[in-house]
Write a protein that binds this ligand. Structure first.
Ligand SMILES: O=C(O)CCC(=O)c1ccccc1C(=O)O
Ligand SMILES: [Mg+2]
Length: 374
């Protein structure tokens, strides 16, 4: 099948979060992000969402660097010549270093076009098999432990399959102890977003007694070596997030013993193809994976749901319901979670329709890029 992209629309959106989300690196009140719409010769529209944030806290990419990369390098590559498969676009993008979130947003839009042209749901085009996926929820740092306990209570009652709590030095051992006292059996994990160093090994070891499913990204965002030193000192499995940006990072992390679990984020690793390669590697090595989140709106959420249908996504991910983040999401229907499960939609492509009125409402500016006419 030939996919010929005629034009691409970049939109810059801003949406208020229902409640602020605090991590060890900062607080999000609102989300600014880019949507990519790729339209082919026959008018088939595919959608992707960039997961880059406004500020370079999680990684060096930002909404503005993504716009720049897309406008000046990636969109021209997508418009240059037709492709036979979305994987060809990833190969074309290899000519450009890093900038994974920008690449993933456009690659994702083209995957959506491809699946829609085939008339199959994106998850099937990716080789996924699950009809429903298990999900957990990520809970930001709260003003007090009492607040945290109330929030957890609410999500446990809603049936989420595991609770993830953000930690940082000073909001860790005592907080987790209290959570465990009140919820002795809840599947629980902690995400440090790189807030510790090897000097904190005693504090990290102190978490072992709480039976956490894993501790996510305790050390530096670019580190594999120190994590490999830390893992044998802990009983709790380490899960890497920030440090795994590619298949090769994943291979090295597993060879070194830097982690026992990997959080796969499509944007962080540069797209669906790379996400699937990491999934397949981990499956071969018997290492479980799960799908992380970046406070996505509906389109990013739909892509996360599709990749999570691959069989080695055996641990609940961070793809919570639309209503966890947004008063009203950009897709119809919104993502709903029932007893900790999301039913995977069967419509072609990402499986949800775009609420164009909502998209317009939150769009601050947009630009259209056409294929050069010959
Ligand atoms: O609910 C989500 O989308 C994931 C929330 C989350 O944990 C997170 C949110 C923003 C930046 C980084 C992370 C993370 O997984 O580390
Ligand atoms: Mg994380």
């Amino acid at each position: 099948m030939t996919i010929s992209i005629e034009y691409v629309i970049l939109r810059h959106l801003r949406m208020e979060l229902k409640s602020p989300f605090t991590t060890s690196f900062g607080t999000f009140q609102a989300k600014e992000f880019l949507l990519v719409e790729a339209v082919d010769r026959d008018g088939v529209s595919g959608w992707g969402e960039s997961v880059a944030f406004a500020a370079p806290w999680y990684s060096e990419e930002t909404v503005k660097t993504n716009w720049h990369m897309l406008e000046d390098f990636l969109v021209p590559l997508a418009l240059a010549e037709p492709i036979d498969h979305p994987e060809e676009l990833s190969t074309r993008f290899n000519a450009i270093r890093q900038n994974h979130m920008a690449k993933a947003a456009l690659e994702g839009a083209v995957w959506d076009v491809y699946a829609k042209r085939l008339g199959v749901p994106l998850y099937q085009a990716l080789g996924g098999t699950k009809k429903e996926i298990e999900v957990g929820v990520s809970i930001g740092i709260q003003p007090t432990v009492g607040d945290l306990l109330r929030v957890i209570e609410r999500y446990v009652a809603q049936g989420y399959r595991r609770i993830k709590v953000k930690i940082k030095p000073g909001w860790d051992v005592d907080v987790i102890r209290e959570v465990r006292r009140v919820f002795p059996n809840v599947p629980l994990m902690a995400d440090a977003n790189s807030a510790y160093t090897l000097a904190d090994v005693d504090r990290l070891k102190a978490l072992d007694e709480f039976g956490l499913m894993m501790i996510e990204q305790p050390l530096a965002a670019d580190d594999l070596i120190d994590h490999a030193r830390l893992q044998p000192l802990l009983e709790t499995p380490i899960c890497l997030d920030e440090s795994v940006r590619s298949y090769d990072d994943a291979r090295k992390a597993l060879d070194l013993g830097s982690c026992r679990i990997i959080n796969i984020k499509i944007g962080r690793v540069g797209g669906l193809r790379e996400a699937k390669r990491i999934h397949d590697l981990c499956a071969e090595r018997g290492v479980p994976v799960w799908c992380g989140g970046m406070l996505e709106a509906g389109i990013g959420r739909a892509h996360n749901i599709a990749i999570t249908t691959l069989e080695n996504f055996t641990l609940p991910g961070d793809t919570a319901a639309s209503s966890h983040y947004w008063e009203r999401d950009l897709i119809i229907p919104e993502v709903e979670v029932d007893d900790g499960l999301i039913r995977v939609p069967d419509a072609p492509g990402i499986g949800y329709s775009i609420d164009r009125r909502q998209v317009e409402r939150y769009t601050q500016f947009a630009k259209v890029f056409h294929r050069a006419t010959t």
